[in-house]
Design a protein around this ligand. Structure first.
Ligand code: GTP
Length: 599
């Protein structure tokens, strides 16, 4: 029987996971140097540009030991960002071992720890690896001590490699064979195959990436997807080499792909278990979760004629991304559009960028917000509702109680920055929990924070306040009561629904004042004076005025030269891109995100 090793590489962002994976592919002859493109596993353009791995992938390698013993390695790549934590957990479940990569110059960071804890929870064998030992700033001795403190391993257990020069990669290949256990090969049990990733192909439908945990799946077998109760035949199955390589059977321990004319990713969800329709497994693999949106934002076409195009673009994106959700929304200010739900801020940015790039649709997005639970007093009767759109938050007088999501944030930082970080967390309504000192003058600080405050600009402020040295990881805790109100913005007395936000009552005045000032700066002068007001219910709490334009621009053209006049008008039109006419006022896209760019 072939010997198999299933493993993943876990690391903090930029610690060199993809580069190291490239070296493994090269040394096992999975790809030749000619085929070698930098970071071959990051195959989406956007991923490459941002230098982050968004979707997990898997690849099969054949490793021949110096003693000629042959092994199959399945490397399962995991996304590195906190938004995609669930995908990480599923990918880990498909493995018996994990290579924990730590940058030998930077040391342990927030995602190193959170990924490691997840891997330990799944019972994986951990191979600690210091990467980038070629760097002049590498400090392997100190960083080794950090790793020892973290996982309690022996000094000798820690490998030292360089993904750049390839140093130490042979030792790593041997360690994979020696330390990571072989998968259980329980072929006689009923089939259980875990979907740890899926992608959508226009011609073939969803392609599920699976790890067979027990039993075996043959080509043509009738399959049952246990969470969605969908039934399909396994039309094609195979291994995931650089290209897909069809085979006739995937057995317990194997990693591969399954194609079954599955119409959408909604039917073949990450985390679901595939079994046989007849004599299938009784229980799915535990831990399945529906992906739950955490951050919401309105998406509107700049030109209302583009509404149908936007709808079809979102439909297409959703085929590729089962964690994107959306529903139609009508805004008085922005017209017809959609309210979309995302896993987190990064996920939101990716979707917005793809709409722009791949579908070429000009969109206006509104300020992101979280989901609230609200209890209202309706003529003496109490009712609960979920609010994911600030403009739907009932007036302050009707609201009995509002609950908002809290997160537990772990921040790792050089000790010099403890002060600024605590101030930031305090400003963001954080509740201090504890701090733990680590080797090398570093500290892990834990706070509980309202998620809404983190969604805003927390991460940027954390980075700029620590010169980029602090790293953040978070997990959802629970919903807690908060004294929250809806802050409305009025232009010339008319509320603009898309500019409403939800804020803590104590911060409302300051927030209102700042938004008004920012809008004054962002909204171009109009023919008339425009009053900008912030209000809670009917009470105006801040005000600014955008003064009227003094002269018509074309007045400068002496009335005579018609071509010049036309040029000016053309120029003005270009400048109008991404402007939205709201009542009599033209508002640029940036204004809808004013709250985000305030100090
Ligand atoms: P994510 O996909 O965002 O999680 O990043 P990653 O962990 O895959 O990191 P990646 O492989 O993209 O490497 C990050 C940066 O470090 C790149 O600029 C690499 O060229 C560089 N790098 C990776 N490994 C080494 C190494 O061993 N030595 C040196 N000097 N640089 C390295």
């Amino acid at each position: 029987m072939t010997q198999i090793r299933n493993f993943c590489i876990i690391a903090h962002i930029d610690h060199g996971k993809s580069t190291l994976a490239d070296r493994l592919l090269e040394r096992t002859g999975t790809i030749s140097e000619r085929e070698m493109q930098e970071q071959i596993l990051d195959d989406m353009d956007l991923e490459r540009e941002r230098g982050i791995t968004i979707k997990s992938h898997a690849i099969r390698m054949e490793y021949v030991r110096p003693n000629k013993e042959k092994f199959i390695f399945n490397l399962i790549d995991t996304p590195g960002h906190v938004d995609f934590a669930y995908e990480v957990s599923r990918a880990l479940k498909a493995c018996e071992g994990a290579i924990l990569v730590v940058d030998a110059a930077q040391g342990v960071e927030a995602q190193t720890i959170s990924n490691l804890y997840q891997a330990i929870e799944q019972g994986l064998e951990i191979i600690p690896v210091l990467n980038k030992i070629d760097l002049p700033g590498a400090d392997p001795e100190n960083i080794s001590q950090q790793v020892i403190d973290l996982i309690g391993c022996e000094y000798e257990d820690i490998l030292r490699v360089s993904g750049k020069t390839g140093e130490g990669v042979e030792d790593l290949l041997e360690a994979i064979v020696e330390r990571i256990p072989a998968p259980k090969q329980e072929i006689d049990k009923p089939l259980k195959a875990l979907i740890f990733d899926s992608i959508f192909n226009t011609y073939r439908g969803s392609i599920a990436y699976v790890r067979v945990m027990q039993g075996s799946l043959k080509k043509g077998d009738p399959m049952l997807f246990m969470a969605t109760h969908k039934e399909y035949d396994a039309e094609e199955i195979g291994y995931l080499k650089l290209k897909k390589e069809p085979c006739t059977e995937l057995k317990a321990g194997d990693v591969g792909y399954v194609i079954g004319s599955v119409k959408s990713l909604q039917d073949a969800r990450v985390g679901d278990t595939i079994t046989h329709q007849k004599n299938g497994a009784d229980e799915p693999i535990p831990g399945y979760q529906e992906s739950k949106p955490m951050v919401f934002s309105g998406i509107f076409p700049t030109n209302s004629e583009d509404f149908e195009d936007l709808r079809s673009a979102l439909e297409k994106l959703q085929l590729n991304d089962a964690s994107l959700s959306y529903q139609p929304e009508t805004s008085k200010a922005l017209g017809f559009g959609f309210r979309a739900g995302f896993l987190g801020m990064l996920h939101m940015e990716i979707v917005q960028e793809r709409l722009d790039r791949e579908f070429n649709i000009d969109i206006i997005t509104t300020v992101p917000n979280v989901q609230y639970e609200v209890e209202i007093n309706h003529k003496g009767e109490r009712r609960k509702k979920t609010v994911d759109n600030p403009s739907e938050m009932p007036d302050a007088g009707k609201v009995e109680t509002v609950w908002e999501p809290y997160i537990k944030a772990s921040i790792i930082t050089p000790a010099d920055y403890i002060g600024p970080i605590m101030k930031l967390c305090q400003d963001k309504r954080g509740v201090y929990k504890n701090q733990v000192f680590m080797q090398g003058n570093r500290v892990e600080i834990t706070y509980e924070l309202p998620m809404a405050e983190v969604v805003f600009d927390f991460y940027d402020k954390l980075k700029s306040g620590t010169r980029g040295y602090a790293s953040l990881d978070y997990e959802l805790l629970e919903y807690r009561k908060g004294d929250l109100v809806r802050l409305d913005i009025l232009l010339n007395g008319d509320p603009v629904d898309a500019l409403s936000s939800i804020t803590h009552r104590e911060k409302a005045y300051e927030q209102g004042r700042k938004i008004c000032a920012k809008l004054k700066e962002l909204i171009p002068r109009q023919q008339y004076e425009v009053a900008v007001q912030a209000a809670i219910g009917s009470r105006v709490i801040a005000r600014d005025t955008i003064r009227a334009l003094r002269k018509d621009v074309t007045a400068k053209c002496y009335g005579g030269d018609i071509t010049r006049k036309r040029k000016l008008i053309e120029k003005q039109k270009e400048g109008k891109k991404r402007m939205k006419q709201v009542g009599t006022v033209e508002i640029p896209q940036e204004a809808f995100l004013a709250v985000l760019s305030m100090d």
